[in-house]
Write a new protein. Sequence first.
Length: 235
Amino acid sequence: MIAALLLALAASPIGEERADARMLAEAAAQAWNRGALGEAGAHAAEAYDALAQEGCLATRDGTRLAFMAALAGLAGQSEEPQSYFFWAAGRLDRAAGGLTGTERRLAREYGVELGRLPRLDARYARSPFLTIPNPRRARDCPDILPALDADPSAAEAAILIAWTRNPDGAYSRLESFYAYPDRIRALAPEITGTYNLHQTSNRRSLYTFVFDPCLTVHDGEGRSRDICLETASAP
């Protein structure tokens, strides 16, 4: 598996003009701060790659960019694989910091190590962790990622990650764990008591609820309704 990934890496295009990491990081932050999660994730992944080319990935900025790309993927707003980027964010955090305790837990929960998902080999093949599995903090690298707003005012999509149980199709009371934007936590009581018709579990787990810009929930009779962001048009 590792040999195949290294061959894929060797076959990747070289000599192409490298994107500017600072420009891409600034674009990612601007999109994040106006609530455009998909755009933020795409730019963050590009900035991540640019930092890797520049030898400055093992920084707090590299960690934050990986987490942004991961979250956008988890919310279905980006084609980038969240399993890779959560894994990368965790490794970079160990080297350079950058994640909060909550974000670190998400990286552990959703990250998938190298070689576990063959369909993601193309992304793993471009990973600097193939040659440097345990990176050290990069030195002499400027800060490039502007401050990130945890609660942008007009989100195009939102994600709520919460602890709950789903024993008989009915969610128990949700305990919010992470949200983007942060105010989406206020919608958690509206999800409590609604029904998931597709899975049942007695184990307390982290569940992901995506508002894109609406979340469809069901009652005990199977009737559906939409919980929407305030910026969404009426369904």
